[in-house]
Design a protein around this ligand. Structure first.
Ligand code: UDP
Length: 475
């Protein structure tokens, strides 16, 4: 039931390319000290999916650099039946403050949860040794903390979800989880406001997520490659004659071959001005609110087009919500005035090849004049840093971790989550004012370099591990 995700190491030395000299030499020291501290120990990271969503995106890169640093990091994925995942999805939605499927979280659900994690723990126990570190991600894995501590491992629970002001749904889910989480040696949250008051303060750490500057998602792409990738995907008419190629994490060459499924009157033209949001088809990402703001305020700007893009829902057959949200978005587009409707492009990106998908996202983010992340709730929002790193002006909602990335008016713009008009007005201003957009974009890239690249997260994890090894804290 437990599976291992094999991750090829990546050299942390490549951060010399993007960090300042001082940042890089500090990072090298951290790595050296980490190697000393962790020599002979394994750092296990455990979650419940190898692909799809922000957590898998994050682990793919962090595990690779830790392995590249000569530390034995391994990524394990737990298994469970549909009942288990129904319960954990319910918990996930409620920790975000939403009811989800409306089902109970009572004794039956506790039994399902406990039994599934006991079976997973039995498979991990022969592998995990005393002295190892185990990073348990999100509600799905919290129940492993106690059994793995009993093995002598140090267990850290890492929570990626949360909301700024807990409501009754969130409190109900936390009541369920607390007994499983409490035994952990440390608790990590993405931001301070997500921390539950009843946890032991001495065991807390705040570590924000980070993006991988070198993955297919974020690697530099020259403008002619952006054009070629968009043309190959059927997103834009003529490109500048480049090749739609990219470099895979293992160093081998890749090419964008698959076309997106598009609901659009015509492909983009190179001269169009583009506002884009690229997110899963999820109500909490509010694609219809983005469309409303665009229709009311941006569509009047000559050549302005809106792109809403997400993963192909056909490929994600087990996510009925994605299909529904895309269908609702298509319907909302149909109801627009024809002149405005024809400026709205709904794109479902092929998912067969994760790095081809990432390259399409990369090209779209680079092509956009303005990026949006108008979420109604958000743990962190990797798409925000992804856009900022590409020097784009990002308009984000004032929720969750988006607020940590965007310094309002300096490294992007924040708007209230329910305010489509405010969003539309800012988008129209930025589309009309490329100079201001460029200024925000340049400051955004600097902010990501300083705060949201892998070295910052890795440094914080190693500091936490040092705190947890008896006698090592001052070493
Ligand atoms: N993403 C992707 N392909 C898509 C749409 C989104 O790879 O078609 C990625 C996006 O680039 C980001 C991740 O999915 O890396 C979403 O993470 P985020 O934290 O923004 O939101 P989550 O999906 O975890 O709620």
């Amino acid at each position: 039931m437990v599976g291992e995700v094999h991750v090829n190491p990546l050299p942390p030395e490549r951060f010399a390319e993007v960090l300042s000299g001082e940042q890089f030499s500090r990072f090298q020291e951290v790595i050296e000290r980490g190697r000393d501290l962790l020599g002979g120990r394994v750092v296990w990271t455990v979650n419940s999916t190898a692909r799809g969503g922000g957590v898998a995106e994050l682990l793919t890169s962090l595990v690779a650099y830790v392995r590249g640093a000569g530390i034995d990091a391994r990524w394990m994925v737990i298994g469970g039946d549909p009942d288990f995942f129904r319960v954990t999805k319910r918990i996930h939605n409620r920790l975000h403050g939403f009811e989800g499927d409306g089902g109970p979280l009572g004794r039956t659900e506790i039994d399902v949860y406990r039994r599934t994690l006991e079976r997973n723990a039995q498979e991990l126990e022969p592998l995990v040794r005393a002295g190892d570190f185990v990073l348990l991600h999100d509600p799905q894995t919290a129940g492993l903390a106690e059994p793995l501590r009993e093995q002598g491992a140090t267990a850290v629970w890492r929570c990626h979800v949360g909301l700024d002001e807990p409501n009754d749904f969130a409190r109900g889910a936390w009541d369920f989880l607390r007994p499983f989480v409490e035994p952990a040696d440390a608790y990590v949250f993405s931001r301070r406001s997500f921390v539950w008051d009843d946890l032991d303060e001495a065991r807390l750490a705040i570590i924000a997520p980070s993006i991988d500057a070198f993955s297919a998602k974020n690697a530099e792409l020259p403008p002619e490659v952006v054009g070629a990738v968009l043309r190959a995907g059927g997103i834009q008419s003529d490109g500048a004659g480049g090749h739609p190629s990219f470099v895979r994490a293992d160093g081998s060459p890749g090419r964008v071959d698959r076309r997106v499924e598009a609901v659009q009157a015509r492909p983009l033209r190179p001269s169009d001005r583009v506002v884009a949001q690229i997110s899963r088809w999820d109500r909490l990402k509010d694609p219809i609110g983005v469309m409303r703001g665009f229709a009311e305020h941006v569509a009047g700007v000559e050549d302005a087009q809106l792109v809403l893009a997400g993963p192909s829902t056909a490929a994600v057959a087990d996510d009925p919500e994605g299909v529904e949200v895309l269908a609702a978005t298509i319907e909302a587009r149909e109801r627009l005035d024809p002149e405005v409707r024809d400026r709205v492009h709904l794109l479902s990106l092929p998912m067969e090849d994760a790095e081809e998908n990432a390259t399409l996202v990369n090209a779209l983010q680079r092509r956009a004049d303005v990026l949006a992340q108008k979420s109604l709730a958000e743990g962190f929002g990797l798409t925000v840093s992804e856009g900022m790193w590409k020097g784009r002006p990002v308009i984000g909602s004032r929720v969750g971790g988006i607020q940590d990335q965007i310094v309002d008016g300096e490294t992007g713009v924040l708007v209230d989550p329910g305010d489509s008009d405010a969003f539309g007005e800012v988008a129209a201003q930025l589309v009309r004012d490329p100079e201001r957009a460029g200024e925000l974009g340049r400051a955004a890239r600097e902010r990501v370099r300083d705060e949201f690249l892998g070295p910052r997260s890795l440094t914080q994890y190693l500091e936490l591990f040092r705190r947890l090894v008896p006698g090592a804290a001052n070493g």
